[in-house]
Design a protein around this ligand. Structure first.
Ligand SMILES: Nc1ncnc2c1ncn2[C@@H]1O[C@H](COP(=O)(O)OP(=O)(O)OP(=O)(O)O)[C@@H](O)[C@H]1O
Ligand SMILES: [Mg+2]
Length: 248
């Protein structure tokens, strides 16, 4: 088991946004999260690498335990260590605009992992070849399409050699055709056996690639299981209603 969430509770002020979430994820498992807007999907992902502190429960990530009231300063090395093992890709690509693609990718390996520049560049070029963007190594983000930017963002996260990857709606700002190329990149990671948690409403992708889907609603996991079973024959009425609004 690489992620074990036990009784996670999270509040924003008086607003209870995650309610007693418990879930275990095994190494090599690809888990998707779906659910209505505001149900807590992003907040849940952000808790996994402590981008959001939480008030109750604990999260065991690769044997390290995150718990309430961790201290930003005192526990900083501990939290940073977890963040280097857990890569995250967001909906908006967040590339550094003043750096070219290669510089974007080697930034963290050089500065956080203290890798020699040459070694980091070699690894970055390997990653760019893998996502078919080797010819863009010296291009600046503004010259790339949305799909290309997102693939660079994925390569940048992978450059840290994370054991787990978290994706928060990685294709929702992209045209359908560009979304396909990003999903293909993520699918290849699944084939390599990378553990991933992916918030996405790309149902075909979830059915073909993910081992499990979690359905969030109002801060709870209301249903979970094999994607085919959940999509074709949901147990929960709320899941059924939500799915009616999605295109298959
Ligand atoms: N920084 C914040 N401060 C206060 N409330 C927040 C904050 N971030 C999120 N929330 C609230 O927490 C709840 C869960 O938000 P979250 O972003 O996790 O939902 P989501 O399921 O990812 O939604 P979406 O599908 O729209 O991305 C929402 O009610 C939201 O308004
Ligand atoms: Mg969200």
């Amino acid at each position: 088991m690489v992620i074990k969430v036990s009784g996670l509770n999270k509040y924003f002020g008086g607003h209870h946004v995650l309610k007693d979430i418990s879930i275990a994820i095994n190494g090599g498992e690809v888990v998707s999260i779906i659910g209505p807007s505001g149900s807590g999907k992003s907040t849940f992902l952000r808790c996994i690498n402590y981008l959001e502190p939480f008030e109750g429960g604990e999260i065991n990530v690769l044997g390290s335990v995150l718990k309430p009231k961790m201290h930003e300063k005192k526990d900083e090395p501990y939290i940073r260590d977890i963040r280097t093992k857990v890569g995250m890709v967001f909906q908006s690509f967040n590339l550094f605009p003043h750096m070219n693609v290669l510089e974007n990718i080697i930034e963290a390996p050089c500065h956080v992992l203290k890798k020699p520049r040459e070694e980091a560049e070699g690894k970055a070029m390997e990653l760019l070849k893998k996502i078919d963007l080797a010819d863009k190594a010296f291009s600046y983000p503004y010259t790339l399409s949305g799909g290309q930017k997102q693939r660079v963002a994925i390569a940048r996260a992978l450059a840290m050699e994370p054991e787990i990857m978290l994706f928060d709606e990685p294709t929702s700002s992209l045209d359908p055709e560009l979304a396909v190329e990003v999903l293909e990149t993520i699918k290849n990671l699944a084939i390599e056996g990378k553990t991933m948690v992916i918030v996405t409403h790309q149902i075909a992708f979830v059915r073909h690639v993910c081992h499990k889907v979690l359905v969030f609603n109002e801060g709870r996991i209301i249903e979970q299981g094999d994607p085919d079973q959940v999509f074709i024959n949901p147990c929960n009425q709320r899941t059924a209603t939500f799915l009616m609004h999605l295109k298959f």
